[in-house]
Design a protein around this ligand. Structure first.
Ligand SMILES: Nc1ncnc2c1ncn2[C@@H]1O[C@H](COP(=O)(O)OP(=O)(O)OP(=O)(O)O)[C@@H](O)[C@H]1O
Length: 120
């Protein structure tokens, strides 16, 4: 059981260390968390936000695993290798777009109120 956690944590560290996009997701996660704290979002909104963080980072890690597996199995160009990588990248895009929509629903009304009170 300890082994399973050790390998999983090793995988998380590898993904954060070696995958460029993980740095973008980390910056977005920190930025959105700050915005959540700053605008005082509710517990349910925090739960949705945390769910989105997990969704995007999890999808990116699965995408990384698929990329590595394809590179190992098919170093040459192959239509199936392309399809596998493109579908995995598409999954990350869908997770990210879903998160942007959720973030918009949570933050846009609050940011509009803040802008309104600053400007008028
Ligand atoms: N073996 C291959 N055969 C055919 N097409 C490939 C192959 N490897 C990559 N591709 C195409 O090139 C694109 C980019 O592949 P790559 O491995 O560089 O992924 P990436 O999304 O740039 O990864 P990274 O997150 O590491 O930058 C893939 O989405 C796919 O369309």
């Amino acid at each position: 059981m300890v082994d399973v956690f050790e390998h999983a944590i090793e995988g998380i560290i590898t993904a954060f260390r070696e995958e460029r996009n993980m740095k973008c997701h980390t910056v977005a996660t920190v930025g959105m968390s700050f915005l959540g704290w700053f605008t005082g979002i509710s517990a349910v909104e925090w739960a949705l936000l945390v769910l989105c963080f997990g969704l995007v980072i999890g999808a990116e890690m699965v995408n990384t695993a698929i990329e590595r597996t394809v590179d190992l199995a098919m170093p040459d160009r192959h239509p199936l290798a392309k399809a596998a990588k493109d579908v995995a990248a598409g999954a990350v895009l869908i997770a990210a777009m879903t998160s942007v929509v959720v973030g918009g629903i949570i933050f846009l009304p609050r940011l509009a109120i803040i802008c309104h009170s600053v400007l008028f």
